[in-house]
Design a protein around this ligand. Structure first.
Ligand SMILES: Cc1cc2nc3c(=O)[nH]c(=O)nc-3n(C[C@H](O)[C@H](O)[C@H](O)COP(=O)(O)OP(=O)(O)OC[C@H]3O[C@@H](n4cnc5c(N)ncnc54)[C@H](O)[C@@H]3O)c2cc1C
Length: 364
């Protein structure tokens, strides 16, 4: 019986693959529902176009693990669809990436049905496959940030691995997240994200610019820089031109309006407690200011694994019978941003295959 900790993306995929291979698997889930943060996600499972792109975007990541995602994701997506989870879109809408969008509810339902034995409100005690989703909840609490994820990932998978002698990956202080206007309910995690930082004058609590240059397309670097401020919050100041601009199919004005409705601090820039620096981003009045705080969606660092999802010790040897996938496994995205769902899908499958003694995939 394969014991899998966590009924999110990686854990359900591991269980579904194990069942498909004819093995018994049980998934132990701490929360009162299956799906983890996957259920709250936008459901776009994607990869960078090439390994070189992935390396350039996430230079601190483990290139062997990154290569597995690039090589295997397309086949893994076909497999997911073969289970009955049809993609709702076959393109990501972003020229830098390749992937498919799924309805997260349907995806969860299909994976739970295929996985079979999923037990809710059952935090794991012993496990073979660690897929508890990293430690977003603990990181947010310890660093005074908002949580933009399911509430249960406290790092118990990682602690279990460490107790068994595991090593940790790069990027332990990094996370993927979005700047939010306030602590918003789950259904607003996607729409209330303030994703126009590249077009705003970005200031700290004392009115100083703190981010050098332009944010990356994902703005993950800007979110993490906001999180490193003594008061982990920033002001996005925009002018009338920017309010009319479209970002991700909505105008900035619409996104700002949602921030106001969600209880965020949205005010005329003249009401800020400091004077505005001169900026080419503020041309056409009126100027509007939105206070944002980082919301953590998943941690980037975690247990060090190899291409077969085996948890590794510091000397590079594999710990017998222990596998990790999803955000419990670190080393994919250090220094940048990638698809957490893709890493969870590819390595959830690999964890089950290795645990059940299947030969290595090509390239692994
Ligand atoms: C709003 C939002 C949008 C997103 N959009 C995308 C997107 O479009 N594309 C993308 O690639 N990524 C996206 N992500 C990120 C993606 O959801 C995560 O990277 C992915 O869910 C990670 O998979 P996982 O299996 O590691 O964790 P999860 O899916 O969170 O699963 C972990 C599971 O483990 C459980 N657990 C925790 N502790 C224990 C324990 N002690 N015992 C047993 N169970 C435990 C949790 O309750 C949870 O069910 C988004 C995230 C958010 C918040």
């Amino acid at each position: 019986m394969l014991r899998i900790a966590g009924a999110g993306m990686a854990g359900l995929v591991a269980a579904a693959r194990a069942r498909e291979l004819g093995a018994d698997a049980v998934v132990l889930e701490k929360g009162d529902r299956a799906g983890g943060t996957m259920l709250l996600s936008s459901g776009v499972i994607w990869r960078h176009r090439t390994l070189a792109d992935f390396r350039a975007e996430c230079p601190g990541g483990d290139s062997a693990l990154q290569e597995c995602v690039i090589d295997e994701l397309d086949a893994a997506l076909d497999w997911l669809e073969s289970l009955g989870a049809e993609a709702t879109e076959r393109e990501t809408g972003n020229e830098r990436t390749v992937g498919r969008r799924f309805d997260p509810r349907r995806l969860t339902e299909v994976l739970v049905n295929t996985a079979g034995d999923v037990r809710l409100r059952r935090p794991f005690v012993e496990a073979d496959v660690l897929a508890t989703g990293g430690f977003a909840a603990r990181l947010a609490r310890e660093r005074g940030l908002l949580l933009r994820a399911a509430p249960w990932s406290e790092g118990e998978g990682m602690a279990y691995g460490l107790a068994r002698g595991a090593d940790l990956s790069a990027g332990m202080d990094e996370f993927y997240g979005r700047n939010l206007p306030a602590a918003v309910p789950e259904e607003l995690f996607v729409p209330a994200a303030q994703v126009y930082g590249a077009h705003a004058l970005v200031l700290d609590e004392r009115g100083r610019e703190f981010f050098e240059g332009d944010p990356s397309w994902s703005e993950t670097d800007l979110v993490q820089a906001t999180a490193r401020l003594p008061v982990a919050a920033a002001w996005y100041v925009v002018d009338a031109r920017t309010l009319r601009r479209r970002v991700r199919e909505r105008t900035v004005a619409e996104i700002v309006e949602l921030a106001r409705e969600a209880g965020g601090d949205v005010r005329p820039a003249a009401e800020l407690p400091f004077g505005l620096p001169r900026s080419p981003k503020l041309v056409e009045p009126p100027f509007l200011a939105v206070r944002v705080r980082p919301g953590v969606s998943h941690t980037n660092g975690g247990l060090r694994i190899d291409e077969r999802a085996r948890v590794l010790r510091e000397d590079g040897s594999a710990i017998e019978g222990l596998y990790a996938a999803g955000a419990d496994a670190g080393g994919f995205f250090a220094g940048g941003y990638g698809s957490g769902l893709a890493a969870a899908l590819v390595f959830g499958r690999r964890a089950a295959e290795t645990a059940l003694g299947l030969p290595m995939r090509e390239g692994a």
